[in-house]
Design a protein around this ligand. Structure first.
Ligand SMILES: [Mn+2]
Length: 273
């Protein structure tokens, strides 16, 4: 498998790298459109074409930070791998695969950082306790994360009545930033602790720019709004890990793959600037 970005070897050496990309091509419980197991390869492939100079920050992020890419990981070994990376003072960047991988990365981060909170971008609330008989279904990802750490949810526009009542009962509604309302980064920052894990389900984007996802929802967020929130959070908080899940590439439509690769490089830029 390729490395993230097309870099000269000194910039992807493990010891010199701040960021370590962990591909997790796991797909077991997707319920509608399939293909997220091809997400990591598509993101790495598209990253070869991402401009190494960040046009907004005016830096070549990879020269400041270094980006190492691991071989693909299974969901079973993900928690251990992330723990190891944190102990080596790396920032893990996990590429899904389906959203159910995220709780394992969050768990590893919560063991190291006791005040961890999660910033989740997702069209769906993902607060079901179980779905189709499984607690590890991708529709339950945020419910599993909330068992580990508090979370702020951004871009939500789909949930069941049961999820709504659950969120209301536990006081989560105030931490849900609905896609159809004005979303303020300052309010999000106020709700997060200092150490933050960023969890992005790519279906938070509008399907007009990211059609390549299993459970698309209309009325999604657009590029500048999402990167603006990420910029402000990365400036204010200590981001300890990132996961990007649910890209299900469509053959012949490469704009979504490229958009997600660029988004990841942008987050690296915001964290290291
Ligand atoms: Mn989703």
């Amino acid at each position: 498998m390729l490395s993230f970005l097309e870099l000269e070897s000194q910039y992807y050496d493990y010891n010199q790298s701040k960021f370590v990309v962990v591909p997790v091509p796991y797909e077991k419980t997707t319920t509608y459109g399939k293909g997220t197991k091809h997400g990591p390869a598509a993101i790495l492939d598209a990253s070869q074409r991402v401009e190494n100079f960040d046009e907004e920050l005016k830096v070549e992020t990879y020269k400041k930070a270094g980006i190492h890419t691991l071989k693909s990981s299974s969901i079973k070994s993900l928690q251990l791998i992330v723990s190891g990376l944190l102990n080596d003072n790396k920032i893990p960047i996990i590429l899904g695969g389906e959203h159910s991988i995220s709780p394992f990365a969050v768990k590893a981060c919560a063991e190291k950082y006791t005040d961890l909170s999660v910033l989740s971008f997702d069209a769906h609330a993902d607060l079901r306790d179980e779905y189709e008989g499984r607690k590890d279904n991708h529709a339950c990802a945020l419910r599993r994360i909330l068992e580990i750490s508090p979370a702020v949810q951004v871009g939500v526009r789909s949930l069941s009545q049961g999820e709504y009542l659950f969120a209301k009962k536990i006081g989560q509604l105030e931490k849900i930033h609905w896609a159809n309302k004005e979303i303020e980064a300052e309010k999000i920052n106020r709700q997060l602790s200092n150490n933050v894990f960023i969890d992005i389900d790519v279906d938070v984007f509008d399907p007009s720019i990211i059609p390549s996802t299993g459970t698309p929802e209309p009325g999604g967020m657009l590029w500048y709004k999402i990167v603006d929130i990420l910029a402000q959070v990365c400036k204010t908080k200590n981001v300890v890990g990132v996961s990007v899940t649910e890209l299900a590439p469509i053959k012949g439509i490469h704009a979504p793959d490229f958009t997600i690769a660029k988004l990841i490089y942008k987050i690296m830029g915001y964290i290291s600037s």
